[in-house]
Design a protein around this ligand. Structure first.
Ligand code: FE2
Length: 315
């Protein structure tokens, strides 16, 4: 299958237009109108694919979302995000720092502390908030499925309740439980299905010579939207061209990765460094390879939750 993309004169132009460079982008401190006037809620967003939870859907510097959005969120120590819910699923992948994520139901809150490469998928309609209690800022990648991008519904926003209650996501003193996979509380049990610890996640070695840790999708957190994986690509490892019937995206976390596209025998490649991304549309033949001396760690999002259909072959 080939993609006739009439918007671009050349394949190189098309690949460039589907590449998001960290250094070409800016963090937006005004992405979330509900935070305006509340310094404790301040956070910055860098949009790669779509607008995520921000209403800034008209930003022409971001890629058009198909099945998922992807952005970076930066939050400084002492700040928090007020408890809210969505009709969609939303994942937080921690890149740097430690983030407390709280889930609330009926005035009770379960809090989990997530570190680098840990993830939580916030379930539909579950009240959730987050807070930086650590000494360093948090950088994380947020993806939401874009079925019905409605504004978030706030449950405990400081405009409606005491700031102390908003900071604890709606838990009065004594109503906060720690995350515990062995815990008996229904909210602990529910959250256990949605929290991924990098160190506890099985590492699968592909025959093609790279590793996959499956965060969301068959083998990971159950979802009906998108697969999310972390790839480890050793130096001088790569795969032959493959295509999908949905879009996918590579976001490099560490090292560098070359992503290539092919159409009608013509090929183009782009090298990505940390926090650079390529979104490849459905049907496009593409591949990746690591031409660096060190390994690459890559966050990989695929626009379906169906089981993998690609059999990766080594270059
Ligand atoms: Fe959210």
């Amino acid at each position: 299958m080939t993609v006739q993309d009439k918007d671009f004169a050349t394949l190189a132009d098309a690949l460039k237009a589907h590449t998001g460079r960290f250094t070409d982008k800016k963090f937006d401190w005004k992405a979330f109108p509900s935070n305006v006037g509340y310094d404790d809620l301040a956070r910055a967003q860098m949009r790669y694919i779509g607008a995520g939870g921000s209403p800034k859907v008209g930003d022409t510097s971001t890629l058009k979302p198909e099945h998922f959005t992807l952005s970076l969120i930066y939050k400084e120590p002492g700040r928090y995000a007020a408890c809210h819910s969505h009709e969609i699923e939303e994942s937080f992948l921690i890149i740097n720092g430690a983030l407390i994520v709280g889930w609330e139901k009926d005035g009770e809150v379960v809090e989990v502390n997530l570190g680098p490469k840990d993830m939580i998928l916030n379930a539909r309609e579950i009240g959730h908030g987050f807070r930086v209690d650590g000494v360093e800022p948090v950088m994380m990648s947020i993806s939401v499925d874009v079925g019905k991008p409605l504004p978030p519904v706030y449950h405990y926003h400081p405009k409606d309740c005491a700031p102390e209650l908003a900071r604890t996501f709606g838990a009065e003193p004594g109503k906060t439980l720690k995350f515990d996979p062995e815990g008996d509380h229904p909210l602990q049990k529910l959250m256990t299905k949605y929290v991924v610890r990098h160190s506890e996640l099985e590492t699968h070695w592909e025959d093609a010579g790279f590793t996959r840790k499956i965060y969301c999708g068959p083998g990971g957190v159950e979802t009906d939207t998108c697969r999310k994986e972390m790839l480890g690509v050793p130096s001088r490892v790569g795969v032959k061209p493959f295509s999908r019937d949905v879009e996918d995206a590579f976001l490099v976390l560490e090292g560098s990765l070359i992503v290539g596209w092919e159409e009608d025998g013509e090929t183009v490649e782009v090298e990505l460094g940390p926090r650079d991304l390529v979104q490849t549309p459905a049907g496009r033949k593409h591949w990746f390879r690591n031409n660096g001396a060190g390994h690459a760690t890559v966050w990989y999002v695929v626009g379906t939750a169906e089981p993998e259909t690609v059999k990766f072959e080594a270059l």
